[in-house]
Design a protein around this ligand. Sequence first.
Ligand code: SF4
Length: 181
Amino acid sequence: MDYETVMIGKITEKCPACEEYAEKNSTTPPKIAVMACEGACARGEVARRAANMVAHRLAPDGTVRICLGGAFTKDTGQRNLVRRAEKVIAIEGCFINCSSRMMTGVLPDLKPVIIRAYLVYNLDLPFGIDEVPDEMFSVYAHQVATHVVAGFGWGDGGPAAGDTAGTKGGCGPAPSGGCGE
Ligand code: SF4
């Protein structure tokens, strides 16, 4: 794989709310870290909502929600949550796999379980979030979130038998013919 080098400006400021959340959720044993690509398009919106559903509604005791920007751009509490997690879930809006590629850039040994959200709800969504009814985002995100939670029984990060939609153990190739396939 080819790489590009990125220079990220360091800052000394910390977000108190973010650090407090990270400290509170830095448990022993560590919680499952749940991140999403956070894309601005409709696919990213589904991924973001699904990650929030998992961490805040469906499995709040066993998971912690990762702020991708905070974990990627500074080495403080959020990145530590990812670093010490035994399992990291990356919910990706499309095959570009932004969250897993970003975080493996700063934590090279990271092996996130990649959930390709678009393969779970199985639609080729448009770019604009104004082109998808708000309630449908919740439907698609719930499908993805329940798929993620069902997969928590995976022993080694792989899928349970007969449950493979949207699951990939590493950054895989693009699907042919478009994001929705
Ligand atoms: S994974 Fe796809 S949808 Fe998500 S931020 Fe990257 S390009 Fe956008």
